[in-house]
Design a protein around this ligand. Structure first.
Ligand SMILES: [Zn+2]
Length: 253
């Protein structure tokens, strides 16, 4: 009998915790663009911004284990101020408009459970980065407070967490862009590796993808490191139609 009481009490207290910290959807933006509130320039490129498990180095985004099945769920760190929080909210709201899975946010002051992305407010030098795909339980996504809290960077990192690598990692990238290796900072060339095991979901290569590095990423000398085959520059800072198509195919929308 005592054991039953203990179990019931435990269940009730768990329910109380769950009821007191509801997960909510991001709200529509209340102002034209929250990027206006940010005072510091964004990084030109999210540098070293993907983290991969040893297994993912082999299997990539094809493996459905890494998909979010019960919604893409995030928890913004308590440290984000109101302006920073609204940048994150607005980025997620826009992303949610293109996805058929729910995008949900734990309130900042809650203690999340289950699978979720902890969006951390990182200190100077911590960078913008995310793990690729759903790993299970808490997984971190870092936004350095001075340089990463911009709508397109939040979306870029969240799309990593949803399961995407960089556009220039696609197996077919050499048909669309040239890597100018002589201009790449030595020891950073791995950032231009192709991921041969990934799938393109039949969506055309997009040099303006929000997941594409820009033309001067990891440049050692101010000269371009990636150019389109026609010599034009590459990179984008907003979600494109092809980005949406890939996300929708990955999640069977
Ligand atoms: Zn990235």
């Amino acid at each position: 009998m005592i054991n039953v009481k203990v179990v019931v009490c435990l269940l009730l207290s768990l329910c109380a915790v769950a009821w007191s910290t509801p997960v909510v959807r991001p709200l529509p933006p209340t102002k034209p663009t929250s990027n206006d509130t940010a005072a510091i320039s964004p990084f030109r490129n999210p540098v070293f911004d993907m983290k991969l498990t040893p297994e993912q180095m082999r299997s990539g985004v094809i493996d459905e284990r890494y998909r979010w099945r019960n919604g893409f769920i995030v928890h913004p760190d308590r440290g984000f101020n109101q302006n920073e929080y609204s940048v994150i909210n607005d980025a997620l709201y826009e992303l949610s408009q293109h996805l058929c899975i729910q995008v949900l946010m734990w309130p900042q002051d809650s203690n999340p459970t289950g699978d979720y992305v902890e969006i951390m407010r990182g200190g100077s030098g911590s960078g913008c980065w995310a793990w690729v795909g759903r790993l299970g339980g808490r997984q971190d996504l870092n936004l350095q407070f001075d340089g990463c809290i911009y709508k397109h960077i939040v979306q870029h990192e969240c799309i990593h967490a949803l399961g995407y690598y960089h556009e220039q990692s696609r197996p077919d990238r050499d048909d669309h862009v040239n890597i100018l290796w002589n201009n790449v900072i030595p020891d950073t060339s791995h950032n231009f590796d192709k991921m041969d095991d990934t799938t393109t979901f039949g969506v055309p290569y997009d040099t303006r993808s929000i997941m594409h590095y820009d033309s001067y990423a990891f440049s050692s000398n101010g000269q371009p490191t990636i150019l389109a085959k026609d010599g034009s520059t590459v990179g984008g800072n907003s979600i494109t139609g092809n980005d949406i198509a890939k996300l929708q195919r990955m999640y069977n929308c």
